[in-house]
Design a protein around this ligand. Structure first.
Ligand code: AMP
Length: 284
């Protein structure tokens, strides 16, 4: 496994692999890796000759400076984990390697066809512009034929698929299932910021999402939304930011179960000060 910090180095390595007809798979991450990330990397490894993982805490997708400052970082530990799953290349650039000063200071904008106006997009203004800005740059540098994204960030997958279509990247987007702890809690880099007490209480999120599937036949989407919010907010340190029942492709809210054949419930909850996201497939 090699670690590259510069764009030039990785481009040269990729060019050499392509000359010998090797296929390139890519997993973009912000580091602080856990088994959830590793599940994407293992899949990438099994479907491509070469697996490239980027580790870059992208400043332009953080709308909250405190969140960016406290985001967990440990390249040494990440490199060990990546070695253990036979990753071929880590790309870990600096901010300056990726962005010029204008890009760091300014705002990038992309047309999302409404996909960014709901849920994460509504509560984190500019977040998805930053995501598209970094993922498009990384795709141009790494030129993978397949790229792997976790369904934990459900809206992100929809947005990246839209980006690939609009910008005509020859990249196949592979969505991968959410990996969870035995307790049900979705694995997340942010879980390391939870105290043990908070972590215990955060289990309620996945528990309630799971339970709510039993009520799909008995409640309207609106009633179910209210039930989920009430159940989670009963736990003193949990505060739901949003729970939305949406069509899994358009991400628009549904009002009747018959509105869509593919329905997903997406949630964001503050556990103390830590913002956790999760989702569950409710139909299709
Ligand atoms: P991040 O480092 O948080 O930007 O995540 C990098 C990639 O790993 C994204 O595509 C995430 O959706 C994915 N990911 C994060 N947590 C999980 C998880 N628990 N299960 C599956 N994929 C995940």
């Amino acid at each position: 496994m090699v670690i590259f910090n510069s764009v030039k180095e990785i481009q040269e390595a990729v060019a050499a692999y392509k000359t010998s007809s090797k296929t390139i798979g890519f997993v973009p991450t912000m580091g602080a890796l856990h088994e959830g990330h590793l599940s994407l990397i293992k899949r990438c490894k099994s479907e491509n000759d070469i697996c490239i993982v980027s580790i870059f805490v992208n400043p332009t997708q953080f709308n909250n400076k405190q969140d960016l400052a406290t985001y967990p970082r440990d390249l040494g530990k990440d490199a060990k984990l990546l070695e253990s799953v036979d990753c071929d290349i880590i790309f870990a650039p600096t901010e300056q390697e990726i962005y010029n000063d204008n890009e760091l200071a300014g705002t990038f904008s992309f047309s999302f066809n409404g996909l960014d106006e709901v849920m994460e997009g509504k509560f984190r203004p500019g977040h998805f512009n930053g995501v598209v800005q970094i993922v498009s740059k990384l795709f141009s540098i790494v030129t993978p034929s397949k790229a792997y994204f976790g369904e934990k960030d459900f809206q992100q997958v929809a947005i990246i698929k839209h980006m690939v279509k609009e910008l005509k990247y020859p990249v196949e987007i592979i969505p991968c299932p959410i990996l969870r702890e035995g307790s049900g809690l979705a694995l997340s880099s942010r879980n390391t910021l939870l105290t043990s007490e908070e972590k215990k209480k955060a289990i309620t999120i996945s528990k309630v999402l799971n339970e709510c599937r039993n009520f799909v036949a008995r409640m309207s989407p609106e009633e179910l939304t209210q039930w989920v919010v009430n159940e989670i907010n009963k736990v003193d340190i949990l505060q739901v930011e949003y729970f939305e029942i949406v069509d899994g492709n358009s991400l628009q809210k549904i009002t009747n179960w018959s509105d869509s054949e593919y329905v997903v419930g997406c949630i964001t909850v503050y556990c103390g000060k830590i913002r956790l996201i999760d989702n569950i497939r409710l139909k299709g």
